[in-house]
Design a protein around this ligand. Structure first.
Ligand code: ADP
Ligand code: MG
Length: 384
C-alpha cells in the first residue's frame, strides 16, 4: 500500500483531510457571486483547499479559472494568462476560442502544439505595461460577456494574490475594482500568504479593494477531524497508534498541515518497517529524521546567512521562546548588542527564515530547521 500521507504538491480526494466547513462556506459564497480573500500563513493548505473546491464547483456546473500569480513574472504575462484562463474555462470549442482571442484588441492569439500533437489556443503578452493593464481589464470584461452569453457562473481564483504588489499593484487594483464591480456572472477568491499585505488591501479605506469582499482566515485543521483522518489511514495500513501519540504529532507539527503530513509520512514508513508498531520514542524521533532528510536545503540556507545571523539562529534554536533582546539571553549565548541582533532579526525575517508571532515572540518559519541546527552543533561539539 502506498504511503497515504502526501506532501509537497496538491493533495486530493481521500488524501485531503477535512476542510469541510471551509469548502461549504466557499461554495456558498461563490454560488452567490461573492468575493473572498482567503488568508493564512504558508503551508496551511490554501492551494490544496482551492483545488479541491474547484472540483466541487465544476461538479455543480460552474466554470472555474485558476490563476497563480507566481507563474507570471510581469503584468503583460498576467494579462495574457488571465484572458486565456478565463475564456478557456467557459469556451471549450477550439475554433470559437481562437475567434474570441483574435477579437481581443490588446493581446495576440497564438496556437501551440502540445506534446501529444494536440493544438491549443493561447494568448501572447503585449510588451508595454500601460497597455497590459488595459489588456487585463479587457480579459475580465470578455469573460463577463462570455459567461452571460453561456448563462454560467465563473469562479475566478487568484492564488498568491499578494504578489500583485510586484506589478505596480495599486494602479492594477484600481482598474480591476471598477471592472469587477460591474460584473454579474463572476465571483472571485483572492488567496495569499502575506496576511499583513492581504489584510491591508481589504481593510485600508484608501485602497481600491477596500471592503470588496469578506476575509476568510484559514486556521489549522481542527484536531478532532485531523486525528480521525490520520487514524483512518493508519488502520487501513494495519498500524496501531494510541491517540496520545497522534496528538503528540499534531503538537510537534504545530498543527500546520504540511508539517503534520510530513511527520505522518515518516511515521507510516517507520511503522511499516517495524511491524506496525508506534512507540513514543519513534514519534519523538520523527522531526530530527525529517531535518536530516532536508539537510541539503538547510545547508544552502546556512551558507546564505552571515556569521552573526548564524549565531543568533543557533541561540534561537537552543532557547525557543526566549526574548532575544533580554540581557539574559544575550549573556547566555554570548551575542549582542541588541542593535546588531535587531539587524540580524530583520534580515532573517525578510528572508522568511524567522517570523514574529502576534505575541512578539520570534520563531522559525520551518519547525524542522532548528532541529537541524541543533544536531549540527551537537555533531560539531562531539568532534571537538
Ligand atoms: N487538508 C489537507 N489534507 C492533507 N494535507 C494537507 C491539507 N492541506 C495542506 N496539506 C499539506 O500541506 C502542504 C502544503 O499545502 P498548500 O496547499 O500548498 O499550502 P499553502 O497554499 O497554504 O501554502 C500540502 O502539500 C499537503 O501536504
Ligand atoms: Mg499555496
Amino acid at each position: 500500500m502506498e504511503n497515504p500521507f502526501r506532501f509537497g504538491g496538491v493533495v486530493r480526494g481521500p488524501y485531503f483531510a477535512d476542510r469541510l466547513a471551509e469548502m461549504d462556506e466557499l461554495t456558498t459564497q461563490m454560488d452567490s457571486l461573492g468575493r473572498v480573500f482567503l488568508v493564512s500563513p504558508r503551508r496551511y493548505g490554501k492551494t490544496c483547499l482551492l483545488f479541491n473546491l474547484m472540483e466541487r464547483l465544476l461538479q455543480k456546473g460552474m466554470a472555474v479559472a485558476f490563476v497563480d500569480l507566481n507563474a507570471h513574472p510581469d503584468l503583460p504575462s498576467l494579462a495574457a494568462g488571465v484572458a486565456q484562463k478565463l475564456a478557456g474555462s467557459l469556451e471549450t470549442d477550439m475554433d470559437k476560442l481562437v475567434k474570441l482571442f483574435s477579437s481581443m484588441r490588446r493581446l495576440r492569439p497564438r496556437l501551440a502544439v502540445g506534446p501529444d500533437g494536440g493544438i491549443s489556443a493561447g494568448l501572447e503578452a503585449v510588451s508595454n505595461r500601460e497597455e497590459a493593464i488595459h489588456a487585463l481589464i479587457e480579459g475580465l470584461a470578455q469573460a463577463e460577456a462570455l459567461a452571460a452569453k453561456k448563462k454560467k457562473k465563473l469562479v475566478v481564483i487568484m492564488d498568491e494574490f499578494f504578489d500583485i504588489q510586484k506589478y505596480d499593484g495599486e494602479k492594477v487594483e484600481k482598474a480591476m475594482r471598477s471592472e469587477i464591480q460591474k460584473q454579474e456572472h463572476l465571483s472571485y477568491i483572492f488567496s495569499g500568504s502575506e496576511a499583513s499585505v492581504m489584510l491591508a488591501m481589504v481593510n485600508d479605506r484608501r485602497r481600491a479593494f477596500y471592503k470588496m469582499g469578506r476575509v476568510m482566515s484559514l486556521g489549522p485543521i481542527p484536531r478532532e477531524a485531523y486525528l480521525e483522518f490520520i487514524e483512518g489511514w493508519l488502520k487501513k495500513g494495519g498500524i496501531h497508534a494510541k491517540r496520545q501519540e497522534l496528538v503528540r504529532i499534531l503538537e510537534l507539527g504545530g498543527d500546520i498541515p504540511y508539517n503534520v503530513q510530513r511527520l505522518c509520512h515518516n511515521l507510516w514508513e517507520a511503522a511499516m518497517a517495524g511491524q506496525g508498531k508506534v512507540t513514543p520514542s519513534l514519534v519523538e524521533s520523527l522531526p530530527e529524521q525529517i531535518a536530516r532528510q532536508d539537510s541539503p536545503h538547510y545547508e544552502l540556507i546556512w551558507r546564505s546567512v552571515t556569521p552573526s545571523q548564524r549565531s543568533l539562529l543557533m541561540a534561537l534554536a537552543q532557547s525557543p521562546g526566549a526574548r532575544p533582546f533580554s540581557r539574559d539571553f544575550q549573556a547566555r549565548h554570548g551575542i549582542g548588542p541588541s542593535s546588531s541582533i535587531k539587524a540580524s532579526l530583520d534580515s532573517l525575517m525578510k528572508k522568511g527564515i524567522v517570523i514574529q508571532e502576534p505575541g512578539g515572540l520570534y520563531r522559525f518559519t520551518d519547525i524542522f530547521f532548528p532541529r537541524w541546527i541543533q544536531s549540527m552543533s551537537q555533531a560539531k561539539a562531539g568532534m571537538a
